[in-house]
Write a protein that binds this ligand. Structure first.
Ligand SMILES: Cc1ncc(COP(=O)(O)O)c(C=O)c1O
Length: 462
């Protein structure tokens, strides 16, 4: 390992980084990004990288968008902070809520603003509990999520998340959080089972879980339209249709976590539109402001709002809210981002380029290292395997995914590896066709280098 630069040493001695082995990180050090433009970011040596993950699935409009910068500075000059507590308000929050109601894929009554996807999902849980207390159903409180789901890291959101590292030794999930089957046909489908039969089995499994727990105890079901951090898992045909029927049968509130899929990732404004389901409420974040500033929200239906009204009337106050929820500068940026999405046909253009992106993804799926290539719109996952026929994974300790990320970085491409050596791709929605080709050319070279390394180290055999 080469010695760390001065800045890298200062980083290692001062920061706790999320999602890294903190012990080995002390030697490898950080990749320090200094600036960005379009789909590119540049490190402290001036090296350019295609941001193949749009940061963390979020910078939909790429970097250096002057209109967003201008929206932020203008609002900061005019009113740098105002809150929404105790009946105070400001026009950016009002305008943004109106806009979100207008573009919502299902009827929405109100918007509750917060700052992150985790806060949005934590709020969803609390609002569902509040709702069922208002409706006189104090036992109906359990929330069902899915294995491999990612809904964030605050205590309730991490309980919804279905990934082992978010639970282990954090003493999570909390009681009352249940996880049903993951809709991943490649890994969880049975031999010879069609996608549709798999979807039917998953819906039956959810039904059985709710019946076993008691329908009068199960309040809500939450799902990402396409699972992101769990490994870009696209559900099988007819999945949501069947799941929604089970939720309806047991009067279970359905929440769509659109933190990644919202605002165009799948080629439609919301992911539920692409996958053909109608949730009761929706969590939004990330591309809402193209990640220029933190802002998130819960889109609340009228029936839930009526329950909030009734409870707050009874108790005397609606006791929930975040200091920075609906921050005027973040709200002004989000409004501008939504304006740009519509004016510049960003989502339609992304949908037009999606076939090229998916074709290149599938082509790379032929690589000897790839067990499955999967994706929708401008999101993709490539699952690396030691053996294509048996689908045998690499042993986690070899860190094959992490090694591929390093080879990609050497090629000038940022991608991410998640649990199970799945390489994930989610570039800015503004990516052009030549840039898509360049991204996959770089990734293919990184895969070839990984394959050489795997052979050299005899990793596939172990
Ligand atoms: C689907 C989904 N929900 C929630 C979250 C949590 O968002 P945050 O990291 O802003 O708390 C994420 C983050 O990646 C996510 O992908």
């Amino acid at each position: 390992m080469p010695p760390l630069s001065n800045l890298a040493t200062r980083d290692v001695e001062t920061l706790v980084h999320p999602y890294i082995n903190l012990a080995s990180f002390r030697e490898s050090g950080p990749l320090i990004i200094e600036r960005g433009q379009g789909i590119y970011v540049y490190d402290t040596d001036g090296k350019a990288y295609i941001e193949g993950m749009a940061g963390l699935w979020c910078t939909a409009l790429g970097y250096g968008n002057e209109e967003l910068v201008e929206a932020a500075t203008a609002q900061m000059r005019k009113l740098s902070f105002a809150h929404l507590f105790t009946g105070r308000s400001h026009d950016p929050a009002i305008e943004l809520a109106e806009k979100l109601k207008e573009i919502a894929p299902v009827p929405i009554s109100k918007v509750f603003f917060c700052n992150s996807g985790s806060e949005a999902n934590d709020s969803q849980v609390k609002l569902v509990w509040y709702l069922n207390n208002a409706l006189g159903r104090p036992k109906k409180k359990k929330i069902v999520s899915r294995i491999k789901a990612y809904h964030g890291v605050t205590v309730a959101a991490a309980s919804l998340t279905g990934l082992p590292a978010n639970h282990r030794d954090f003493d999570l999930p909390l009681p009352g959080f249940l996880h049903t089957g993951c809709p991943h046909h490649y890994r969880c489908g049975e031999d010879g089972e069609s996608e549709e039969d798999f979807a039917t089995r998953l819906a039956a499994e959810l039904d059985a879980l709710i019946v076993k727990e008691g329908p009068d105890t199960v309040a809500a079901f939450i799902a990402e339209p396409v699972m992101g951090a769990g490994g870009v898992i696209v559900p099988p045909q007819t999945y949501f249709e069947k799941i929604m029927a089970v939720c309806a049968k047991h009067d279970v509130f359905m929440i769509s976590d659109e933190v990644i899929c919202g605002f165009g990732r799948l080629g439609t404004r919301f992911g539920c539109e692409k996958l053909g389901f109608r949730p009761h409420s929706i969590s939004i974040a990330k591309a809402l402001s193209s990640a220029y500033l933190p802002i998130a929200g819960v889109m609340i239906p009228e029936a839930m709002y009526q329950a909030l009204l009734a409870e707050s009337k009874k108790i005397g106050v609606f006791g929930h809210g975040f200091t920075y929820g609906g921050h005027p500068v973040s709200a002004a940026v989000a409004l501008k981002a939504i304006e740009i999405y519509a004016r510049d046909r960003i989502i339609e253009n992304a949908a037009e380029r999606a076939p090229r992106f998916q074709a290149r993804l599938q082509a790379l799926g032929q690589h000897p290292l790839v067990g499955e290539a999967r994706g929708l719109g401008l999101i993709g996952g490539l699952e690396l395997v030691a053996d294509k026929t048996s689908k045998r994974s690499f042993m986690p300790q070899h860190g094959v995914g992490a090694r591929t990320v390093q080879f990609a970085e050497a090629e000038g491409l940022i991608v991410r590896s998640v649990l199970g050596d799945v390489l994930t791709l989610s570039p800015p929605l503004i990516i052009s066709v030549p840039e898509i080709d360049e991204l996959f050319d770089r990734l293919a070279r990184a895969f070839d280098k990984t394959l050489d390394w795997v052979a050299r180290e005899r990793i596939a055999q172990s």
